[in-house]
Design a protein around this ligand. Structure first.
Ligand SMILES: Nc1ncnc2c1ncn2[C@@H]1O[C@H](COP(=O)(O)OP(=O)(O)OP(=O)(O)O)[C@@H](O)[C@H]1O
Length: 789
């Protein structure tokens, strides 16, 4: 790749020091090559050095050289042109060699420069393409990420809903479980109570049964005892009866004995013996009787005792019988109680078994609920994990999004910078030429007046105009021939429209003679989509891009105004003219609108009383353009204009703010259809028509002067010379972008005007670099010649 430094010519070593002291730094060009060797060793007096230098100058190392030095070298040659001695001849030969070297070096540098320019262009194109690719990729990624985020948000909300539902289910289950537990404990307590009561009743029942059995035993024993007592009593009675019978018998025996005694007494004596023996036997019997009486009393006492015992026993039996009956009664009661208790117990047992079943069911339910709760806990924890995962993912995505947004913003900044660099490299002031096709009304039967050189260098940028057999060549940034479509033309300027959105001030002019296609270029035919001009296409692009930049946080506010300048008078084309009266005119002594142009410190232009409309869509703009076209035609009729003799200025102010980066841009897009340039001689002007043509020519030459002065950074810029230039003052110069279309008619009868237009445009075009382009010379061009007189 050719080094940029090759653009500088070599500098002689003997002039180097002087040059460093004398020549200002900004004018000096310094070249640094690869090897660090001074190539101007070759420009010494030694022929071998020269030869070496010729072979090695491609590897030029350090060279300082100025155009003044070359001039000095040439002058030196000229001065010494008259001496012919050998030394002088050698010196000249040496000079010639050095100059040849210089010339060759220049050629190579020029080639290198062209290559470098080409490469730079290719690099810029690829960088631009890359930038566009990155931009679309970023946009796609952002869209993808936005989609993913919305999906994730939806998933999260559904998961949150599920979690909330499951939580409520879980709480319900827990509540249910708690209630069941309480019911179960209450039932268990009741069961325990009833069991103890049942146990008590059972104990009581068994005690009562035991008591009844013992009572029955007692009763039986008492009856048995009673029987035995009755038997004993009857035995005692029979014993008493036998004893009484024995006593009676004894009594009778006594009587018989007594009788026998008397008998015996008689026999007493006889029986004395007997008596004594009888006495003894009587004593025995008395004794026996006493014994028997004792026995009887004993028996009586015993009987009494037995009777007492019997009475006591009877009392006891009675109490026992009472007790038995009481016990029987009690047993009956107990049995009834037992029955009721048994019924109760049965009922309780039933309740118990029912409750046991219920408890079993509840336990099963509880187990199921526990399972459910476990599952719910599991799924909740799983969900929580998923949720946390998703939150992490969201966080990551958000971070990535922020990164991408940052990258997009940086990319956008880079794109803007590159875009602007490209435009600056192309030139902040550019001139395009457009030749319209021949129209049926154009003069025919004559030779073609325009041709397009086809050499590679000039291809697409050159145009030759033939007038009276003489060829006038011109070079512009771009030449559109009669075949170029509206889209072809727009493609070339669309980058400028982007610049307006990026915050730059852009002016696009259409300049040319009447009928050369200015209005066709700027407005086209809005009804036919393919034939739409630059204004509708630019506005469509602006709204499209501003919409697509919304994703990056950009919001745009657009304001449109449309005016025309006729005879140095401003006409508001958006003013309401319901009465059909021009608002600038005074009516009944009331002064009309003034339309004074004012510029503020921020570089904004304000035209007093001018209608400024906020616009949000292309449709709104279309209706504004329609309204302006109507106002323009009404104005023309009122002012008795024959054709388009006014400058049409469409201004769109773009105010963009980025809420993400807090950036602000303020761009202006001016689209201007200039009044047709016309030679005074042609217009056949007299009176008002003459004044009108003079005003147009003055403002056009003023425009060219202003652009020229701005490009050359001249201190005095004559903005106030015309309303048009004063109006556009903040939008011209600096880093503003200016594009001039010079429209040419191929009509052979208007070659003079075409030549004039091309010269005008060539002058504007020359501003960009300050020197004439190709063979187009503007040095001798005087703007006063633009008067077309
Ligand atoms: N590139 C083109 N292709 C086809 N027709 C064209 C082209 N340029 C201009 N014309 C036609 O030429 C005629 C004159 O064009 P236009 O009205 O745009 O010229 P103008 O420079 O605006 O004239 P004026 O200064 O009078 O307004 C129109 O009929 C237009 O349709």
């Amino acid at each position: 790749m050719a080094s940029r430094n090759q653009n500088r010519p070599p500098r002689s070593p003997n002039t180097r020091k002087v040059g460093t002291e004398e020549i200002p730094l900004d004018k000096r060009r310094r070249i640094v090559g690869a090897r660090g060797r001074d190539p101007f060793g070759v420009i010494s007096n030694k022929p071998e050095d020269v030869a070496n230098a010729e072979g090695s100058e491609c590897s030029t190392v350090v060279v300082d050289f100025t155009s003044e030095e070359v001039e000095a070298l040439l002058n030196q040659r000229m001065k010494k042109g008259n001496s012919y001695d050998k030394k002088e001849m050698d010196h000249r030969a040496d000079l010639v060699k050095r100059l040849k070297l210089c010339v060759r070096w220049y050629k190579r540098v020029e080639e290198g420069y062209i290559q470098e320019k080409e490469k730079l262009r290719i690099e810029l194109q690829s960088a631009e393409k890359k930038c566009i690719d990155t931009e679309t990729e970023m946009k796609n990624k952002i869209e993808e990420l936005n989609e993913t985020i919305t999906n994730l948000r939806m998933t999260i909300s559904s998961l949150e809903e599920r979690i909330a539902k499951e939580e409520s289910d879980k709480l319900e289950a827990i509540d249910c479980y708690r209630k069941e537990k309480e019911a179960r404990s209450v039932a268990e307590k009741l069961q325990a109570c009833l069991s103890t009561e049942l146990e008590k009743v059972r104990d009581e029942k068994s005690a009562a049964e035991r008591k009844a059995i013992s009572n029955e035993d007692l009763y039986k024993r008492s009856q048995e005892y009673n029987m035995s007592l009755q038997q004993y009593n009857s035995r005692l009675q029979s014993d008493l009866e036998t004893t009484n019978e024995a006593h009676k018998r004894l009594e009778t025996e006594k009587a018989t004995i007594v009788e026998n005694l008397s008998n015996v007494r008689a026999h007493n004596k006889a029986l004395q013996d007997q008596l004594s023996s009888l006495k003894a036997s009587q004593d025995d019997i008395t004794k026996q009787k006493e014994m028997l009486v004792n026995d009887t009393s004993c028996l009586r006492e015993e009987l009494k005792q037995i009777r007492d015992d019997r009475d006591r026993q009877l009392g006891q039996v009675q109490t026992l019988a009472e007790e038995v009956s009481k016990y029987k009664e009690y047993t009956g009661k107990s049995v009834a109680q037992l029955d009721t208790l048994t019924i109760k117990t049965n009922a309780l047992e039933e309740t118990c078994s029912y409750q046991r079943e219920e408890i079993l069911k509840l336990q099963q339910q509880l187990i199921a609920e526990k399972e459910k709760s476990k599952m719910a806990n599991l799924s909740a924890s799983e969900t929580r994990i998923v949720f946390e995962d998703q939150q992490r993912t969201i966080h990551e995505l958000q971070e990535r999004l922020a990164d991408k947004e940052f990258q997009v913003i940086e990319g956008e900044k880079l794109r803007k910078k590159l875009h602007n660099t490209i435009l600056e490299l192309k030139g902040n002031i550019r001139v395009f030429c457009r030749v319209r096709p021949l129209l049926p009304d154009d003069a025919t039967g004559m030779d073609m007046v325009v041709s397009y050189p086809t050499s590679t260098e000039a291809h697409g940028q050159s145009i030759d105009l033939i007038q009276s057999g003489q060829k006038y060549p011109f070079t512009f940034d771009k030449v559109f021939n009669h075949d170029a479509s509206q889209q072809d033309v727009f493609t070339e300027i669309s980058q400028l429209v982007q610049s307006a959105l990026d915050g730059y001030k852009v002016c696009i002019f259409a300049y040319g003679q009447t009928g050369s296609g200015k209005t066709y270029t700027m407005m086209g035919r809005p009804d036919a989509p393919d034939l739409k001009g630059l204004i509708p296409r630019s506005l469509e692009q602006i709204f499209q891009i501003s919409q697509s930049l919304k994703n990056q946080g950009w919001k745009y506010k657009m304001q449109a105004s449309i005016l025309e300048i006729y005879n140095e008078t401003i006409r508001d084309l958006l003013a309401n003219r319901s009465s059909g009266i021009d608002p600038t005119r005074t009516e009944n002594g009331v002064p009309g609108k003034q339309y004074t142009i004012k510029h503020d410190a921020n570089g904004n232009t304000h035209v007093t009383d001018l209608t400024v409309v906020d616009v949000c869509s292309v449709n709104e703009i279309s209706s504004l353009l329609q309204k302006a076209a109507q106002s323009r035609s009404v104005g023309r009729t009122q002012m008795n204009e024959q054709s388009s003799r006014s400058h049409f200025v469409f201004t769109l102010r773009i105010c963009g703010t980025n809420e993400n980066t807090e950036q602000q841009v303020q761009g202006v897009l001016n689209l201007i259809d200039l009044a047709g340039s016309e030679r005074l001689s042609r217009s056949g002007a007299t009176g008002d028509r003459l004044k009108e043509t003079q005003a147009i020519n003055k403002s056009l030459s003023s425009l060219s002067d202003v652009i020229f002065a701005l490009a050359r950074k001249e201190e005095h810029v004559p903005f106030r010379n015309s309303k048009l230039t004063y109006l556009l003052q903040p939008c011209l110069g600096g880093d503003s972008k200016t594009l001039m279309f010079v429209n040419i008619s191929p009509d052979p009868s208007s070659t003079g005007e075409s030549l004039c237009s091309l010269r005008f445009a060539a002058r504007v075009n020359a501003c960009e670099i300050g020197i004439p382009r190709r063979q187009t010379s503007t040095k001798s061009f005087d703007s006063s010649r633009l008067s077309y007189g």
